[in-house]
Design a protein around this ligand. Structure first.
Ligand SMILES: [Zn+2]
Length: 253
């Protein structure tokens, strides 16, 4: 089995994801972390040519920014959301961008970027944190499906970030997405002594949201040899952003 920088090659990955070995899990090592790669329910990924149909990183980012401008101005086009687009994307998918966004109900990525079916490969988890599962999804969206930009998207008044700032005990499994935020915001909290209780200082929260988005984005090429190589090859750009709940604007940070 061929490997790219110690990880599975694309062809091998396609074999796995093409349900050739349905049900079989393959364990791979990246950056010392071990996890399983299992088939994803994506139609005909092995028939897609990721290099022939995609926008480059700059074009993809501009398409996102243009869509966000339309949305923020109240002039969305709701593109590619009709039967023709369903017909076009039913056999395969070729998203031009990948979003690692928060699960927050106020930040639906296709809406805020005014994009359509098959345009965005979206990974949403509270706090837009990097985890083995989110990294695997980002690798799939880029290495296999060919998207040329990843946006790690934080947002105003993020509850996960607020919870990380306050650092209190949390019920159930909630701490799983709060803990990975803490190292990102520690330098910010240090600048706001005595302000870590409700009501939280708005600048403390905003600065923490931005620090978290930048931190998670910076971690991606450190953890993933696939993403690191795609960046080195000029096939991928990773950026971080903050979505404003009031204006609807995404600003890169
Ligand atoms: Zn959030």
């Amino acid at each position: 089995m061929s490997r790219i920088n110690g990880f599975l090659g694309r062809r091998d990955l396609l074999k796995i994801l093409g349900i050739g070995g349905a049900g079989a899990a393959v364990t791979a090592a990246t950056g010392g972390a071990m996890w399983s790669v299992v088939p994803l329910p994506v139609a005909a990924a092995d028939t897609h040519s990721p290099t022939g149909t995609q926008l480059n990183s700059s074009e993809a980012l501009k398409k996102l920014q243009d869509g966000n401008q339309r949305f923020a101005k109240g002039k969305p086009e709701h593109p590619r959301q009709d039967q023709a687009r369903r017909d076009e994307t039913s056999p395969t998918q070729a998203p031009f961008a990948v979003i690692l966004g928060c699960a927050d109900s106020r930040v639906p990525d296709e809406i805020v970027f005014d994009q359509g079916i098959g345009d965005l490969f979206v990974v949403r988890v509270a706090g837009n944190i990097v985890s083995p599962e989110s990294v695997g999804s980002l690798e799939y969206g880029t290495e296999v499906l060919g998207a040329s930009v990843i946006v790690v998207l934080g947002h105003e008044s993020c509850g996960a970030v607020k919870a990380a700032i306050q650092g209190e005990a949390l019920p159930g499994s909630i701490s799983y997405f709060v803990e990975p935020i803490k190292p990102a915001i520690a330098p910010v909290i240090a600048k706001f002594p005595g302000k870590i209780k409700e009501p939280l200082d708005k600048k403390l929260v905003d600065d923490s949201v931005i620090a978290n988005a930048k931190y998670q984005a910076a971690r991606l090429p450190e953890i993933s040899t696939i993403l690191k190589k795609r960046i080195a090859d000029g096939k991928l750009k990773i950026v971080s952003g903050r979505y404003d709940l009031d204006t609807g604007l995404v600003n890169l940070v």
